[in-house]
Design a protein around this ligand. Structure first.
Ligand code: OGA
Ligand code: MN
Length: 227
C-alpha cells in the first residue's frame, strides 16, 4: 500500500534532491556549496526583509559567548541580527532550516537538536578573519556545541571585484581549497569543527544569514546551549 506523504511520517523530505545533495556532500567531504539552492520564494522574502532593514538594526558582532563575549574589530567587523521568527520570512526560514535538520538527522544520524541563526551585514571594508565555528571536545564542554554551519547569501549581481568571498580551508592547509562568491541564493553547509573559513574584505554591502545546528548537552540545572 502507498501512503501519501505526511509531515508526521519520517520520510516526508526523503527524496528532496537539494537535501540529498547536501547530505551526500557532507558524508563524502564535510562541506557542500550549492548555487541557487534556496527555494526562490524564500530567498526573495528574506531579501525583501533585508532591503527594508536599516544599518542601525545590526549590532556589532562579537567573538565568544556569554561571559566570554568580546568585541574585536581585528577579528570581525560585521553587524548581526538574530533571527527569532518575528516576520513571515523569518518563520519560513526557520521552518525550512528545521526540515533540513530533520532530514540530516535521518540521513546521517547527526542528532542535531537546535538551530540558531542571524542576518549578517558586512559593510564595505568588513571581514571576518579565519576561524572555526566550534572547537573539538568530547564532551563538548566550554564550546558552543555547534556541529553544522549553514550560510546563505542575498547579494544579487555580485561581481569578482566586489570581494567578500568565503574562503574554505582544509584544517592543515594555509591556502583555501575553495573561494565561494556570496551570490544570491548560494548555500554553504559545513562541519563546524572541521572547516576553517574566512570572509575576505567586501567592497560592497554584503548580506548573508549564518546559522548553526547544535547538539544538546544540558546537564542538571545547567541549561545548554547558552546564547
Ligand atoms: C560566521 C561566518 C560567513 C559569511 O558568521 O561565523 O563565518 O559568509 N560567516 O557570512
Ligand atoms: Mn564562521
Amino acid at each position: 500500500m502507498q501512503l501519501a506523504p505526511s509531515p508526521l511520517r519520517g520520510d516526508f523530505d526523503g527524496d528532496d534532491p537539494l537535501f540529498s545533495q547536501i547530505a551526500d556532500d557532507l558524508r563524502s567531504q564535510g562541506w557542500s556549496v550549492i548555487p541557487n539552492a534556496l527555494p526562490p520564494v524564500l530567498a526573495e522574502q528574506l531579501h525583501a526583509q533585508i532591503l527594508g532593514m536599516s544599518e542601525e538594526q545590526f549590532s556589532p558582532a562579537g567573538v565568544g559567548r556569554s561571559a566570554d563575549f568580546t568585541l574585536n574589530p581585528f577579528v570581525r567587523r560585521d553587524g548581526i541580527l538574530w533571527i527569532e521568527g518575528k516576520t513571515e520570512a523569518e518563520k519560513d526560514w526557520l521552518q525550512w532550516s528545521n526540515r533540513l535538520r530533520l532530514f540530516l538527522n535521518r540521513r546521517l544520524f547527526l542528532g542535531l537538536f537546535s538551530f540558531e541563526s542571524h542576518f549578517a551585514h558586512y559593510p564595505p571594508g568588513a571581514f571576518y578573519r579565519k576561524h572555526v565555528d566550534a572547537f573539538r571536545g568530547n564532551p563538548r564542554q566550554d564550546t558552543t556545541n555547534r556541529v553544522l554551519s549553514v550560510v546563505a547569501y542575498f547579494n544579487p549581481g555580485w561581481l569578482p571585484e566586489d570581494g567578500g568571498e568565503l574562503a574554505l580551508y582544509q584544517e592543515t592547509e594555509t591556502e583555501p581549497f575553495l573561494n565561494v562568491t556570496p551570490a544570491f541564493g548560494t548555500l554553504v553547509v559545513f562541519l563546524s569543527e572541521e572547516v576553517p573559513h574566512e570572509v575576505r574584505p567586501a567592497h560592497r554591502h554584503r548580506y548573508s544569514i549564518a546559522g548553526w545546528y547544535r547538539v544538546n548537552n544540558s546537564v542538571g540545572d545547567h541549561i545548554d546551549p547558552p546564547r
